[in-house]
Design a protein around this ligand. Structure first.
Ligand code: SF4
Length: 355
């Protein structure tokens, strides 16, 4: 392995010079850092900035987060996906309010013990907010590390992440622990990039990096081979009765648990393939729900990709005469401002809202 001890000298000046101006870097408030780290999981920086500001405008303190109602919380999270992240944020805020007097805990173990906080997030908050020597090892850091050292360990294994965190620990030195975490992440996000060739010519590690010396970056990091996603085909109904639209809550467990949705059902791919037959099937489905459909107005297709599943959906806007129980019948305004509709269903709403 090449000399990791050189990392601070190579990385920290580069980070000070090149770091992006991001709202969660304006201070070291653990609430801000924590929120940004949770939002950034699975989501691009550019997409997170607006959500981050809006969330803090609505819930400026940990106590406000602890006390807000679930509907407000999920509405603020609408479109970010992985809604359990938001629920865990609130659970952790409640623990902080009840067990820590509202002050964010300042040891790694106490941070790690909070709901929804794994080793990576605990390391990030510990190092950035409290200057603890606790490396935060995410995909960006693993990519930089494995290329720098030509380390062929499988980064999808927890043992690899733990080993990398332990190896990096000695290069975390006060008062620069937070800057080390952020420099490694920044390098992975902007220079040693995930898709396509790394920008080695502008990397501060290029003189020491083994992958750069040997032209071997494409072999690192080593990962599990991905399993193919399961394909699910669905009919989605946007049922309109007067100025009201039908939504319902999803089951309490599983994908998009307890979130709002338009009525929908799985169908065979063959049923979706013939447009007229599929539309007839949608009308029958609506009749079976007891809404007495009068017109089928519009139809659109959309594919939503989750981590392990793809939903191939065909949605229909159907006018109807009755508003049976079993649904919440809401106005456009209510759906826009009060109820969180996951991204998977958004395109159908946009279709209906534009009508
Ligand atoms: S020199 Fe290239 S491969 Fe090595 S860490 Fe920098 S960007 Fe990545």
């Amino acid at each position: 392995m090449n000399d990791l001890q050189q990392l601070p000298a190579l990385l920290l000046p580069w980070y000070e010079r090149e770091k992006r101006d991001l709202p969660w870097r304006e201070d070291k408030d653990p609430y801000h850092v924590w929120l940004s780290e949770i939002m950034l999981q699975q989501t691009r920086v550019e997409a997170v900035i607006g959500y981050y500001r809006r969330f803090l405008d609505a819930l400026p303190t940990i106590r406000a987060l602890a006390e807000t109602d679930e509907e407000t919380l999920l509405k603020l999270w609408e479109g970010l996906g992985y809604y359990n992240r938001a629920r865990n944020l609130q659970k952790a805020a409640q623990v902080i309010a009840q067990q820590h007097g509202g002050a964010f805990p300042n040891t790694y173990d106490a941070i790690r013990a909070l709901p929804g906080i794994g080793p990576y997030t605990a390391g990030a908050i510990g190092s950035i907010c409290f200057d603890l020597p606790t490396p935060a090892v995410d995909g960006n850091v693993l990519r930089v590390f494995t290329r720098y050292c030509e380390d062929g360990s499988n980064i999808d294994k927890q043992t690899t992440k733990t080993a990398v965190a332990q190896t990096l620990r000695p290069v975390y030195r006060s008062p620069n622990c937070g800057a080390m975490t952020q420099a490694l992440m920044e390098l992975g996000a902007t220079v040693c990039v995930p898709n396509g060739a790394p920008k080695c010519e502008s990397c501060p590690l290029r003189g020491e990096c083994k992958a750069n010396k040997n032209g071997s970056w494409m072999f690192y990091p080593v990962r599990d081979t991905k399993k193919a996603r399961k394909l699910v085909f669905k009919t989605v109904l946007v049922l309109q009765c007067g100025d009201r639209f039908a939504i319902r809550k999803r089951p309490k467990t599983g994908l998009l648990a307890s979130l709002w949705e338009f009525p929908n059902a799985d169908v065979a791919p063959t049923e979706q393939a013939v447009p007229d037959a599929a539309a007839q099937h949608a009308l029958t489905f609506a009749s079976n729900l007891g809404v007495q459909p009068t017109d089928l107005l519009l139809q659109t297709g959309y594919t939503h990709i989750f981590t392990h599943v793809e939903w191939h959906m065909t949605g229909y806007l159907i006018r109807c005469r009755r508003m049976p129980d079993g649904f919440l019948w809401v106005t456009k305004e209510q759906l826009e401002h009060e109820y969180a509709l996951p991204s998977a269903f958004r395109p159908f709403w946009e279709l209906a809202a534009g009508e």
